[in-house]
Design a protein around this ligand. Structure first.
Ligand SMILES: [Fe+2]
Ligand SMILES: [Fe+2]
Length: 244
């Protein structure tokens, strides 16, 4: 029998494969290295509100550039957790701005990836894909993505993995970018190297301890459910009910 080498060991040895899938040992390693989340507020949010965002804004599986990535560490569970974090932050009044645009960015930002390793062009490819398919996306989500909304969504996707971006952006756009960068970074606890976890130095909006703890728990629980056989959506939905 060939023993599968856990992702966190492969990461230590710089031997991560092109496509990366969570495994039990990496999940155990993650739990063992849980950061201390001291303080933060306690905010009660109805899980059904968050499930509604997930149901409305989950991307269609056929929109993924490469089907193998649907269940990888940049796949559907990552995307659904980002939508959930957007909904939680918004309903906890920890962010403002347009929640629909934020959920759509979360839904589509990584769907044109070809690999879980550094995929330098994936942001640009996703932004172009959104511009080309805005009518289809609008119809599917029941939200008009044209004019300013299209510009905001595609530009945020374009800049989601860049450290620097233009200072001349309008204020609703820069708010969308900063909010999303925080959300994408909060889900980095799934990465198989601690050095790659959330680093607030790169963020203009610093996350509250409340949401950091939720983000960590969401990763752990949804990855655990996926490993015992639940599908991607069920894994995230169940973890929302557990945590909120
Ligand atoms: Fe990305
Ligand atoms: Fe992402």
């Amino acid at each position: 029998m060939i023993l599968k080498i856990p992702l966190y060991i492969l990461a230590q040895d710089n031997k991560l494969p092109k496509h990366q899938f969570m495994d039990n040992q990496t999940l155990k390693w993650m739990i063992k290295n849980k950061p201390k989340f001291n303080g933060g507020r306690k905010i009660k949010i109805d899980p059904l509100i968050i499930i509604k965002y997930l149901q409305r804004y989950s991307p269609q599986e056929k929109w993924f550039k490469d089907k193998i990535l649907i269940s990888s560490i940049h796949g559907q569970r990552h995307i659904l957790r980002c939508i959930a974090l957007a909904g939680i932050l918004y309903n906890a009044n920890l962010i403002s701005g347009n929640i629909n645009e934020l959920c759509i960015v979360a839904s589509l930002h990584d769907i044109r990836r070809k690999t879980d390793k550094e995929d330098n062009n994936h942001a640009k490819k996703a932004a172009i894909w959104v511009k080309k398919n805005n009518n289809l996306i609008s119809e599917y989500f029941g939200y008009d993505i044209s004019g300013r909304a299209l510009e905001n969504i595609s530009t945020t996707i374009l800049y989601h993995d860049k450290i620097k971006y233009l200072k001349t952006l309008n204020s609703s756009l820069s708010e969308l970018i900063d909010n999303f960068k925080m959300i994408d970074a909060l889900d980095r606890y799934r990465q198989p190297k601690i050095k790659w976890w959330l680093n607030e130095d790169y963020l203009k909006i610093k996350p509250d301890c409340f949401i950091k703890r939720i983000a960590f728990e969401l990763v752990v629980r949804s990855e655990k459910y996926a490993l015992i056989g639940f599908n991607n959506k069920k894994s995230v939905y169940k973890s929302i009910y557990d945590i909120l």
